[in-house]
Each structure stands twice: as C-alpha cells, then as structure tokens.
Design a protein around this ligand. Structure first.
Ligand code: PEP
Length: 251
C-alpha cells in the first residue's frame, strides 16, 4: 500500500505565538491518525520552533526551498545540510511560486532535488501546468517535461525515496480546485510516465494533489485511485481545516 500524506505549505505566513498554537494542535492530531503522515513545511526562521514543538510527536516538518549548492559564497541561501541540522524530513522543490516568481527552471529543480537527497531528506517535487498551458492542451507535455528532467537527474534510486506533488498553477491559492477527475487524469499520467522507467517505482510513488484543497473537498480528491494525499497551502494555516484534511488523507 502506498504512503498517504498531508503536507502543509505555510508559504511566507506565521508568527511565533500563532505557530505554536497551530503546531501543538497538529502534533495532537497526527497522533490520532493510523496511516497518513502529517508534515508542515514552514519558513526557514521557524524551523527551530517546529522542531521543538513537533519532536516526539508523529508529525514531521520541512522546508519550502533549498539551495542547490552545498556551501559557499551564496548570500541569502540555505543549504540542505543546514535544513537537516534542524531535523527536516521533507523539502519542497520546484513549487510553482519558486518557478514563476524566482526564475527556477527544470534544471535548477533537478539540482535542488539531488541536494535534498544527498543530505538524507525527502524531496517533494512539485509539477504543474498554468491555465494557458491547460487551455492549450499541453498539460501532460508540461508535467512530463518537468518530471523528466528531475528523473534524469536523480534516476530510479533517487525517485524511490522522493515524493511527487501535482499542483496545477491555476488552482493554487485561487479557490479553484481541480475536479477529482482532472486530478486523477494527471496523476495517472504521471504514474504511467514513471512506469515507463520502472514499474515498481511507479506503483509505490506517492503522488500528492495540491491546489485549493480544503476540508470540504479533500475526501473526494484523496479518494481517487492515484491521489495519495495533499499538499495544502492556505488551509494548512487553519488548525481545524488542516486537521480535517489530514483525517481525509488517513482515509
Ligand atoms: C500550495 O501552496 O502548494 C498550495 C497548494 O496552496 P493552496 O492550497 O492555498 O492552493
């Protein structure tokens, strides 16, 4: 059976007191789940707080970005080794906001994925098409290209310990969720794409859906055959919403 996950992406939100209240609730809720893994990807300055609040609980934590470089004169960057020191289990790579707002291309995403793996953490590799690309009928081409470059970079050994997230750009933070059928179609395509390289890998790869997941739509999305949980932005900042989504991922 594939791993099920609910991963929160806090983006650039939070403050110490609000975070603590949220982290405490997430820690308790994670303890009540039977199979889904719960994680929160927090801004860098809050990693120590997440580590302190979640250590000893069943919830994990991670980061939203990482440098592709191991160390050196890269002002403002944070290495995978540093993230590891703060107990991160997961690192998001290739989030569409990184691609669109910070100019990350497929090659950079592949290098970042490799950096996360070399530090012993799990990359959550995000792929997804824009609205214009969907309307042009090239969704599969786009997500296939994005995944293909990472897959070529980290090969089957790396993919075996990675997680994939399908996040249609038009659904992120817009309140416009992909229908369960739209999500399933792309997830099935991605699994098939991996299957052309390695069938066992394709069968075991967790593929998360992200894009306006809420408590109200999570169960239906996560009930699709190739959807193994979610990557959750806005709703991950509201304890009751996020916990209900985690419960939906738990099945
Ligand atoms: C995200 O940030 O990855 C995301 C999916 O955001 P939202 O759930 O707010 O659409």
């Amino acid at each position: 059976m594939r791993q099920r996950l609910a991963v929160g992406n806090w983006k650039m939100h939070g403050n110490l007191p609000d975070n603590l209240a949220l982290l405490d609730k997430v820690a308790v809720a994670a303890g009540g789940l039977s199979r889904a893994v719960v994680a929160v990807c927090v801004p860098f300055p809050y990693l120590a707080q997440a580590q302190s609040a979640l250590t000893g609980s069943k919830a994990a934590w991670g980061a939203q970005n990482v440098s592709q470089h191991r160390k050196g004169a890269f002002t403002g960057e944070v290495s995978a080794g540093m993230l590891r020191e703060f107990g991160c289990r997961y690192v998001l790579v290739g989030h569409s906001e990184r691609r669109q707002l910070f100019g990350e291309n497929d090659a950079t995403v592949a290098l970042k994925t490799a950096a996360v793996l070399s530090a012993g953490m799990t990359p959550i590799v995000c792929v997804g098409e824009t609205l214009a690309e969907r309307e042009a009928g090239i969704t599969e081409e786009v997500v296939g290209r994005q995944l293909g470059v990472v897959a070529d970079g980290i090969r089957a050994e790396g993919l075996q310990v990675s997680i994939l997230a399908y996040e249609p750009v038009w659904a992120i933070g817009t309140g416009k969720t992909a229908t369960p059928q739209q999500a399933q179609a792309v997830h099935a395509y991605l699994r098939d794409f991996l299957g052309r390289r390695d069938t066992a890998l394709a069968a075991s790869m967790p593929i998360l859906y992200g894009g306006s997941v809420k408590a109200a739509n999570a169960a239906e999305l996560f009930g699709m055959r190739d959807v193994d949980g979610g990557l959750i932005g806005g709703a991950a900042l509201v304890a009751e919403e996020f916990i209900a989504i985690c419960q939906a991922a738990d099945g």
